[in-house]
Design a binder for this molecule. Structure first.
Ligand code: PAF
Length: 283
């Protein structure tokens, strides 16, 4: 696997593959890779001929007081993991390469509406940073397909909307959540958890699956399920940011009809913010 930080070498590599008729996938990450990220690379390998993984801790998606400065960075071991997972190229650019006019003067891509609720309500501006950087990575790599994880459920929907709205010729694929043996969704931020916090974190998936099960069994009093689940979760975590049952295709509150729903939560355990979700079909 080749590791590159410059746009010219990146473009040459991708142009060579494209000229040979190969389908190129991008797996955007912020590094500190775990099994969830590596499953995205595996998905990309199945659906494309070449896989470009990117590692870029994007300053514009962190709010003031969030963990940008201390976000775990481990480029060398990440590169080894990506090579073992079968990525063809690692693109690890500098902040100046991604934002050549500086962050303040950078062109931004904003998806209104669905970015303002759930994670967007608790992290104002977060998704503007995500879409702005993903649009740049798409422009640099020019992939045929992009692979994101279901764990960041709202993120993948926002990116789908951006791709559709801008008419980008990129397919968006979503890979399922990879969990630890006790159900906790893999996340780079799990590394911040102390022993007791790590134990408390298991409540998130337990509460989400119980709420999803109630919906699956026919309970349509979504507000009551949300309230009950949030108060159960509050017993284990420091703060429940949200616990919500939403339509899986647009995150609107569900009607009693049919379709796929998603039960999502964000919670703080100490200072560590974790998110998770569980899909549920209601026929
Ligand atoms: O999901 C992430 O790791 C980031 O939000 C992404 C998509 C790499 C953009 O910085």
């Amino acid at each position: 696997m080749q590791t590159v930080s410059g746009k010219t070498v990146l473009r040459q590599a991708v142009a060579g593959w494209r000229a040979a008729g190969e389908r190129v996938a991008i797996v955007p990450t912020m590094g500190s890779l775990h099994g969830g990220h590596l499953s995205l690379v595996e998905t990309a390998r199945r659906i494309a001929d070449r896989v470009v993984a990117t590692i870029f801790v994007n300053p514009t998606q962190f709010g003031p007081g969030e963990d940008y400065a201390v976000y775990p960075r481990s480029l060398d071991s990440d590169a080894d993991k990506l090579a073992a997972a079968g990525a063809d190229l690692l693109f690890a650019p500098s902040v100046a390469a991604v934002y050549p006019f500086g962050i303040e003067q950078a062109t931004r891509v904003i998806v209104p509406g669905m970015t303002e609720r759930l994670c967007g309500a608790s992290r104002p501006g977060h998704f503007d940073g995500v879409t702005s950087v993903v649009a740049r990575l798409f422009a640099l790599v020019q992939p045929d397909v992009a692979v994101f994880g279901q764990k960041d459920f709202q993120q993948q929907l926002v990116i789908r909307r951006m791709v559709e709205d801008l008419g980008l010729p990129i397919e968006v694929a979503v890979a399922p959540i990879v969990r630890e043996a006790d159900g906790l969704a893999m996340s780079s931020r799990n590394a911040y958890l102390g022993t007791d916090e790590r134990q408390a974190a298991t409540a998130i998936y337990q509460v989400l699956t119980a709420a999803a099960e109630e919906v699956r069994c026919g309970n349509r009093d979504f507000a009551a399920i949300e309230e009950n689940a949030a108060s159960k979760l509050a017993k284990s975590v420091s703060r429940v940011e949200y616990l919500a049952i939403r339509r899986a295709d647009d995150l609107a509150p569900p009607q009693t009809g049919s379709g796929q729903l998603v039960v999502l939560a964000a919670a703080l355990i100490g200072k560590v913010r974790l998110i998770d979700n569980v899909l549920v079909d209601i026929g």
